[in-house]
Design a protein around this ligand. Structure first.
Ligand SMILES: Cc1cc2nc3c(=O)[nH]c(=O)nc-3n(C[C@H](O)[C@H](O)[C@H](O)COP(=O)(O)OP(=O)(O)OC[C@H]3O[C@@H](n4cnc5c(N)ncnc54)[C@H](O)[C@@H]3O)c2cc1C
Length: 447
């Protein structure tokens, strides 16, 4: 590999956002006669799919309480649907199954999905919900459910396969992907403060425009860009100073090593991705002890890629200074941020709570495979898509992002000079202005 000495566009990170931005930008440059993929390089310190995009559960949904998130997700679902084969996308749909304390929130999501033409069905009341769930799965048994939102679009995609599909599209447009190239520092212009070059472990690359799509490593790149570690956030009319810009949560996911075919609907089809939140007490499927009587949630799907029924539960906050959090080695390689026995017992018991077919299956959990991983979140847990230092476009998805394949297309449009209304609610200035996204009653920081 020869490192180019300069490039027009330098994209850092070969995950969903870096790849999608590069691919769409290359297409737009070619279509407008303003250039081509040859004007773009992607550098990655490891390789394509080495970060969160390569270990994501891969769920694609619209179910968001925040209107701006929902509109953005609808745009991304269009892109997943545009080439399901290349993106290894399974359009099985998605269900949000909820207790009474979330009923009103989910009803408003349904109303707004109708308003934007995103197809879904909404069932209300405990009896009707039970009837609906049993019509899909005759062993359904979760108690305390009073609303079911069934999104007919969405589903899931295979994490690494979809990244390879996207990388192939970018390369077919002439984009160069350079693995093993780690950005160690930036050079800034003496007058403007804009970035003029990347200093990497392989040498210097002068550049005109930079795109940062580094997922859980964003705190590191943010520091290299000398952006503020603490910011001012206005929320509910109150101004808070010195709020840390970044914090980490650890995502807990795993796989039950059963035949994926055992989790089908009554009529033999692959089911929608199921997301269940409930305040019904959860008892261990191992010994019957109470695990929790607080609100809890899980999601799951049969997945041949993972070799079983795969899913997760609520993440936990990593209570450390973000600069001290060991992001590397990432994902399953991490000695610290992988799931343990508590997760396994909770998640397997929760599966059994929902469907009888999972009772007694905990011993089949794939303990031999490490799973889980870090996500880096903004102060309000929603993405920041914005330009810093005049020429650095930061795509910081606050760990919402595998499903957001369309963000790269919108970022590419902005790089071509066309502002995106869909990205507007995600500017950095919203923290100081107090234009935060509304929060829901979900136990997850990303709903
Ligand atoms: C366990 C888990 C499950 C998830 N499940 C889902 C899900 O089901 N649905 C969903 O929508 N989202 C999910 N997410 C979130 C989603 O995976 C991320 O939001 C998204 O993948 C981030 O994409 P990205 O392109 O920003 O970063 P990444 O995919 O993390 O890619 C960043 C890349 O940057 C590279 N890099 C880092 N630093 C440097 C540097 N200094 N120089 C060069 N390269 C560098 C890394 O090697 C990496 O390849 C999940 C996350 C986790 C951890």
């Amino acid at each position: 590999m020869t490192l180019p000495q300069s490039t027009k566009y330098a994209v850092i990170g070969a995950g969903i956002h870096g790849l999608s931005t590069a691919f769409h930008l290359a297409q737009m440059l070619r279509a407008t006669g303003k250039g081509s993929g040859a004007d773009i390089i992607i550098v990655d310190k490891t390789d394509v799919a080495a970060g969160a995009s390569g270990i994501a559960c891969g769920v694609v949904r619209n179910n968001y309480f925040q209107p701006a998130m929902r509109e953005l997700m609808a745009h991304s679902v269009d892109i997943w649907e545009s080439d399901p084969k290349a993106y290894a996308y399974h359009p099985v749909g998605y269900m949000q199954i909820s207790p009474e304390c979330m009923h009103a929130d989910v009803a408003s999501i349904y109303a707004q999905q109708k308003a934007i033409g995103y197809e879904s069905v909404f069932i209300e009341g405990a009896d009707d919900c039970m009837k609906y769930m049993k019509s899909l799965f005759d062993d359904w048994q979760a108690q305390g459910i009073t609303s079911v939102l069934h999104e007919k679009r969405g589903g899931y995609a295979n994490n690494v396969a979809s990244m390879r599909g996207l990388a192939a599209k970018a390369e077919a447009e002439g984009v160069r992907i350079l693995p093993g190239v780690e950005v160690k520092s930036f050079e800034f212009g003496s007058n403007s403060g804009a970035v003029t070059a990347l200093n990497t472990n392989q040498g210097r690359i002068a550049c005109e425009t930079v795109v940062v799509g580094v997922g859980p490593w964003v705190n590191n790149l943010w520091n290299l860009l000398e952006l503020p570690k603490k910011i001012t956030v206005k929320a509910n009319g109150k101004v808070c100073h010195d709020v840390p810009m970044w914090k980490f949560w650890c995502l807990e996911e795993g796989t039950l090593g059963v035949d994926p075919d055992m989790h089908k609907t009554n009529d033999g089809r692959f089911p929608p991705v199921l997301h269940v939140d409930t305040d019904a007490p959860l008892y261990s499927d191992r010994d019957g002890k109470l695990i929790t009587d607080k609100l809890w949630g899980i999601y799951y799907k049969p997945d041949f890629n993972f070799g079983g029924v795969q899913g997760g539960a609520s993440p936990y906050k990593v209570d450390q200074d973000p600069d001290q959090v060991a992001v590397d080695p990432y994902g399953p390689e991490s000695p610290e941020f992988v799931v343990g026995e508590d997760f396994i017992e909770m998640w397997c018991s929760a599966l059994a709570h929902c469907q009888k077919r999972f009772e007694g299956k905990m011993p089949l959990y794939k303990r031999e495979e490490n799973s889980g991983g870090l996500g880096c979140f903004t102060p309000d847990n929603f993405p920041v898509f914005d330009v810093f230092r005049e020429n650095v476009y930061v795509i910081a998805d606050s760990n919402h992002g595998y499903k957001m394949i369309g963000v790269g297309k919108l970022v590419a449009q902005e790089l071509m000079g066309e502002k995106s209304a869909l990205l507007e609610p995600f500017r950095f200035a919203r923290f100081a202005k107090g234009e935060l996204h509304p929060t829901s009653h979900s136990p997850f920081p990303w709903s």
